[in-house]
Design a protein around this ligand. Structure first.
Ligand code: ATP
Ligand code: MG
Length: 300
């Protein structure tokens, strides 16, 4: 089932096409990343699908059911930080949040525990670190036991420990079977937590696919005491003639279905002993930059 589907969704600000005819399909049970540089339309997209920003044209549907009030109850979101009062503690702030949104207070302890704040629930919000504030915001979004959690730049401004905490919370919530949609300009974050991602550039969708599939484009570095024999065996036995000289090693493309152990065994059978074999996974960052470069044409 699809969690979210947008059809030709557009948002114009005057002449600016902040989001341009976006067709996005997000499947259930995935951690989905919306990746893109600053100003590419991530927040505007989330604003539209969360009912905060009015689309200029196009439509969207949650859970294949549309976007009415009932459907929205199943979405937990942090777009703008919820209002928390500095002198109230976490428990009181969540009680107030629940009252404003007309939802029960019975899950407050559970969501505080989920984000590791149960032991701090009686402490005033004003004494919270930025990371704790962000975790309380996630707790607030989880109050209604949503089917899908939507986060806009969840780790913005956090230190490495705060980032790791939020990442763990995302893993935990995903393990509960929830779908999660994360907008981020941080490639590394998306690579770490997302199953699938899309890339926006100047309001246009320029890529969508699994994060995993990217390792298919890995490169492999090989070394042997007898490099000419290695070069020859690669060409004659494995049919690989495209090699790049990398200092004392050779670099070849891994390609789809590549199996390093099999290659090593085959080369060994043909009298080539490797003294170096390293699979270099192409990072999402390399791929992202490549995707942006390939789509460098005028799009606005
Ligand atoms: N209320 C607004 N009025 C006018 N232009 C806007 C408004 N909101 C967004 N924009 C413009 O729309 C474009 C997309 O903005 P958006 O905030 O969606 O980008 P983003 O991908 O979330 O960026 P960031 O990574 O900086 O958060 C930008 O050019 C921005 O200036
Ligand atoms: Mg944004």
């Amino acid at each position: 089932m699809n969690v979210l589907q947008t059809t030709n969704l557009c948002k114009n600000y005057g002449k600016l096409k902040a989001v341009n005819s976006l067709n996005l399909t997000i499947e259930e049970g995935k951690v989905f990343g919306i990746l893109g540089p600053n100003g590419s339309g991530k927040t505007t997209t989330l604003g539209m699908v969360l009912g905060v920003t009015k689309p200029s044209s196009g439509s969207f549907s949650w859970f294949g059911k549309g976007n009415d009030h009932e459907v929205r109850k199943q979405i937990g979101a942090i777009l703008e930080r919820p209002i928390f009062y500095p002198y109230m503690n976490a428990q009181q702030n969540l009680e107030l949040n629940a009252a404003i949104r007309n939802i029960g207070t019975e899950s407050i302890e559970k969501v505080l525990d989920m984000v590791g704040l149960l032991h701090r629930k009686k402490d005033a919000f004003k004494g919270y670190s930025l990371g704790m504030k962000q975790r309380l915001a996630i707790a607030s979004a989880m109050l209604c036991d949503p089917k899908v959690l939507v986060l806009d730049e969840p780790t913005n401004g956090l230190d490495p420990e705060g980032i790791a905490d939020v990442r763990q919370i995302i893993y935990d919530i995903a393990a509960m079977g929830k779908s999660i949609i994360i907008a981020s300009h941080l490639l590394y974050e998306v690579q770490k937590v997302c199953d699938e991602f899309c890339v926006l550039r100047l309001g246009n969708l320029i890529h969508q696919g699994p994060v995993d599939g990217f390792s298919e484009q890995s490169k492999v570095e090989l070394g042997s005491a007898d490099m000419s024999k290695l070069r020859e065996a690669l060409a004659s036995v494995l049919g690989i003639s495209q090699v790049i000289e990398k200092g004392k090693y050779l670099e070849i493309s891994g390609g789809k279905g590549f199996n390093a152990a099999e290659m090593n065994a085959t080369l060994f059978q043909h009298g080539v002993t490797l003294n170096h074999l390293q699979v270099l996974e192409q990072s999402l960052e390399d791929q992202f930059l490549k995707i942006l470069k390939e789509n460098d044409g005028p799009t606005v």
